[in-house]
Design a protein around this ligand. Structure first.
Ligand SMILES: [Fe+2]
Length: 504
């Protein structure tokens, strides 16, 4: 039951935000189209004033949100033909869509200020009160000679001193900005600080003669080590795909046909195929037009509308009983800045009733198992910034995303970020399953009970990838058991489906 699955997740959400939620308040929240969005407003309104969330508070927040809630993003997801939402299985529920509309601020600078304030306000409460961050102070109130203190802030800049290679972190909070020293080789320097991530720092500032406060320990928002999880109640499975690139000359049509045959129960292990009821696609549904220089040499279908028509045909090859949930990627015909809105209704016309289009990223519940689907442009900045990270090992980077509780924190580099009132790239709530794409590589791993899948691709190597020295690992479909989070891989290379696993 959706309500049961989501109920557990909402309780966990409030717990992580140090709130106790009364039963009638929880019931009211579960009646909302996007319970988590309302819950976030509730947490914000209650602030530190009370540990209790009552029905009255929830009612007030719902009244303030007004009709906006009823017509929220989950209700505006186009179904086939861009009409009103198509019928979806009773246990499919959108929990959060990253895209919540364009910034209403007058200038881009004001819009980005609002975005970073939102990031700080979403993540700082997860760090406050944590063991290891004793004697919390705002940056303005940090004083020399007062023993161990702690601060929570957003990293504005990271520098290295020329001689001793200490790290200097410039941290911002809502009261100001301060430089702090992280001694080279210390435990605090073990993980590289990234620009625009939110961190909690334990700090020793011995006396006025110390130029900078010294960081003695670092806490990241992270996934709680022990958390309440809720999983699908019965045996059911989802297939995870990404980066179809329909319309490209290198779309792997034979491998795709092998996947179609498998899902139609005409391949190996038809029982496994029969238990699949959803397909999740993590973006780059089509190859697009003008995404990179001279792309026209690489496309089979030079018209983007035609590419989506062909995608519609390809998706209709899959059994009708499957619900297909798709988010866009940087090759799709929506604004490239993240978070991206769902594909517009005009382009969704060729799709059948069973296709659900959501924003990138989005979090949804499949019978109680929470799935976050994110295309993954953020990899382009995180891989160069993290020592040892590589395109071949995507799940290492996904771990770091979870530790930061953010999918693409770095501003002003390769990933364009959209200014918005709410930072929709923050990971909250924690999903049971995080699926990404973009890299065209395949990787499955776990981090603290979260299954991480970078979901391969259905496009062969392109000239562009050769030039950038990226070796793809295409034609791998992941079949995830939503009840136990075990998985199997359906390898469709060479136009024949072979199953590895299940594992888990
Ligand atoms: Fe792609």
């Amino acid at each position: 039951m959706v309500a049961e699955g989501l109920r557990e997740h909402l309780v966990a959400y409030f717990e992580e935000h140090h709130k106790l939620v009364e039963a009638p308040a929880l019931t009211l929240l579960l009646d909302q189209p996007q319970p988590l969005l309302v819950s976030r407003d509730v947490v914000e309104r209650v602030g530190v004033a009370s540990p209790l969330v009552t029905q009255e508070i929830v009612q007030e927040v719902i009244a303030e949100r007004g009709p906006h809630v009823a017509r929220g993003p989950s209700a505006s997801v186009p179904g086939a033909g861009g009409a009103e939402p198509s019928a979806a299985p009773a246990d499919f529920a959108v929990v959060r869509q990253g895209f919540t509309g364009p910034s209403r601020e007058a200038t881009p600078i004001a819009g980005f200020t609002q975005l970073f304030t939102s990031r700080y306000r979403q993540l700082a409460p997860l760090l406050r009160g944590r063991a290891g961050l004793e004697n919390p102070r705002s940056l303005r109130d940090l004083r020399p000679g007062e023993g161990l203190q702690s601060v929570v802030g957003l990293v504005r800049e990271v520098k290295t001193t020329p001689k001793k290679h200490h790290t200097i972190v410039t941290l911002d909070d809502e009261t100001g900005s301060l430089e702090l020293l992280v001694p080279t080789g210390s435990a605090a320097a073990r993980l590289t600080f990234l620009p625009d991530e939110v961190v909690g720092l334990a700090v020793r500032w011995s006396g006025p003669r110390d130029r900078l406060p010294v960081v003695t320990a670092v806490e990241r928002p992270d996934v709680p080590a022990r958390r309440r999880t809720s999983r699908a109640a019965g045996p059911r499975r989802s297939v995870l795909l990404s980066d179809l690139h329909v319309g490209s000359k290198t779309f792997l049509a034979r491998d795709w046909s092998a996947l179609v045959e498998f899902l139609a129960e005409r391949g190996p292990n038809p029982e496994l195929a029969r238990s699949v009821d959803t397909v999740v696609i993590a973006g780059d549904l089509v190859d697009g037009i003008g995404i990179y220089p001279r792309q026209e040499r690489d496309v089979e279908i030079p018209d983007v509308v035609e590419q989506y028509a062909e995608l519609g045909r390809r998706l209709r090859e899959l059994p009708e009983r499957l619900t297909i949930v798709a988010v866009p990627g940087n090759h799709d015909a929506v604004s490239p800045a993240e978070p991206q809105p769902a594909l517009p209704a005009a382009l969704a016309r060729p799709f059948a009733e069973n296709v659900r289009l959501l924003a990138n990223p989005s979090t949804f519940s499949l019978g109680g198992t929470l799935v976050t689907a994110y295309h993954g442009r953020g990899f382009d900045d995180l891989i160069p910034a993290l020592p040892g990270a590589s395109y071949a090992e995507p799940t290492e980077v996904m771990r770091r995303m979870l530790q930061m509780r953010h999918l693409a924190p770095i501003y002003g580099s390769r990933t364009p970020l959209a200014p918005a009132a709410t930072d929709g790239l923050v990971i909250d709530p924690v999903p049971d399953l995080l699926v990404t794409g973009h890299l065209h590589t395949y990787g499955v791993d776990r981090y603290r009970d979260v299954l991480l899948v970078n979901a391969s691709a259905w496009q062969g190597e392109t000239e562009y990838q050769r030039m950038r020295n990226i070796v793809p690992h295409p034609s791998q479909a992941t079949v995830v058991d939503l009840q136990h989070l075990g998985y199997a891989t359906v390898d469709c290379t060479g136009g024949e489906a072979r199953i590895r696993g299940p594992s888990g």
